[in-house]
Design a protein around this ligand. Structure first.
Ligand SMILES: Cc1cc2nc3c(=O)[nH]c(=O)nc-3n(C[C@H](O)[C@H](O)[C@H](O)COP(=O)(O)O)c2cc1C
Length: 363
């Protein structure tokens, strides 16, 4: 595992927390960064319409802490002048890298020419990249899907064009917009991008276990990888991948540490946001975090129906105590997995095209 550089910024280790609207906010990013093994974190996608119209929500989304560096701000939009203004604002707040979202499949974003909509309008994408390059001095990077539809896969051309425009790192989620989150990410296309350009390339899609991540990474030969949903299920995944690559046993947190991470997260959320939003965030993380654990489905049901911080804290304590002692949590009647977390759709509000805060339970 070799670190790589985006201009003079060392990405070490070359493992990136993938941006997720409604998830990778200031709180979640620090939670993950503190677990170790992460070389770069990225904001949620931020609407340049919101930013340049002084939407406080969009501005808040650019907030970060020194402990997060290197830190990238990701923006989305379809109008070059506004994208350039948004990029300047990100540089002004001190971001190390400016990332352009060219992958979001949400209809509201695509309709306005942004996100994955840019994959079917390369002249517009080119104009945006060139305008941004003129307005910032920090490195510009791009996060793309492989194409707009399954029959118009053009990620290699997009990557070549981006390189020409001065983009300094390409991150490829190996799915088309049409695919949404269905099927598997195509890591062969990611390999093709890596072979076609000379700037660093990182691959992304479905890396939720150490073995699968290492296999895909090796096959594609990319400089780095991004992990999104896998980090919610296992905040230690970055550290564990680093361990295995260094020939060590992967770090295994015990149940006490798992409980502490949830409590740390809840504590951070309560400092940052209104109680109701903190409760929603907590349900979101706990829902992903306990996937596959004994009694996890029952625990999630209980959490979703909890309405106060005390109730949540009590249930967490009981659940992890049951896990530790091998007792089954609850009455054992709920076994089915219900909630799937997917896409950025839910976070685009109609008026502003801006990401809205997470509410209870993600769909
Ligand atoms: C809830 C959610 C929100 C997302 N929001 C963004 C986003 O704001 N910007 C972005 O580039 N990708 C976003 N994505 C896509 C992820 O960054 C990543 O490309 C995708 O989930 C595949 O990687 P994974 O299998 O490791 O999760 C989002 C994904 C999810 C599940």
């Amino acid at each position: 595992m070799k670190p790589f550089k985006i201009r003079d910024i060392q990405i070490d280790p070359p493992l990136i927390l993938s941006p997720m609207a409604g998830v990778t906010d200031y709180t979640f990013r620090r939670l993950i960064k503190r677990r170790g093994g992460v070389g770069l974190v990225v904001s949620e996608f931020i609407s340049v319409e919101g930013l340049t119209r002084n939407n406080p929500k969009s501005k808040r989304q650019m907030r970060f802490d020194e402990e997060e560096r290197p830190f990238a701000v990701q923006i989305f939009g379809g109008q070059a002048p506004r994208m350039a203004m948004g990029a300047e604002m990100a540089e002004e707040v001190g971001a190390d890298i400016l990332d352009v979202n060219c992958g979001c499949p949400a209809p509201k974003v695509v309709k306005n020419g942004g996100g994955s909509g840019l994959l079917r309008d390369l002249p517009r994408l080119e104009e945006i990249l060139k305008e941004i390059k003129k307005s910032i001095t920090i490195p510009l990077t791009l996060k793309v899907r492989t194409g707009y539809t399954d029959s118009s896969i053009n990620v290699v051309d997009v990557a070549k064009m981006a390189e020409q425009c001065g983009v300094e790192h390409i991150q490829v989620h190996g799915r088309t917009r049409e695919q949404g989150y269905k099927g598997r990410a195509n890591w062969d296309l990611i390999r093709q991008v890596k072979e076609a350009v000379s700037i660093p390339v990182s691959g992304n899609g479905d890396l939720t276990t150490i073995d699968y991540a290492l296999e895909r990474w090796r096959e594609a030969g990319t400089d780095g990888i991004l992990i999104g949903r896998g980090a919610m299920q296992n905040p230690w995944i970055f550290r564990q991948i680093g361990d295995v690559l260094a020939g060590r046993e992967p770090y295994q947190p015990d149940t006490e540490e798992k409980k502490d991470v949830l409590l740390e997260f809840f504590g951070m959320c309560r400092e940052e946001m209104p109680e109701i939003v903190a409760l929603g965030k907590m349900k979101q993380l706990a829902g992903q975090f306990t996937k596959g654990l004994p009694g996890g489905a029952q625990f999630r049901q209980t959490l979703y129906h909890s309405h106060s911080a005390d109730e949540i804290l009590d249930n967490i304590t009981i659940y992890f105590e049951d896990l530790r002692t091998g007792r089954r949590y609850g009455d054992g009647l709920v076994e089915a997995e219900t909630e799937e977390i997917d896409s950025c759709d839910a976070f685009v509000s109609p008026g502003t095209q801006g990401a809205v805060p997470m509410q209870a339970g993600v769909r």
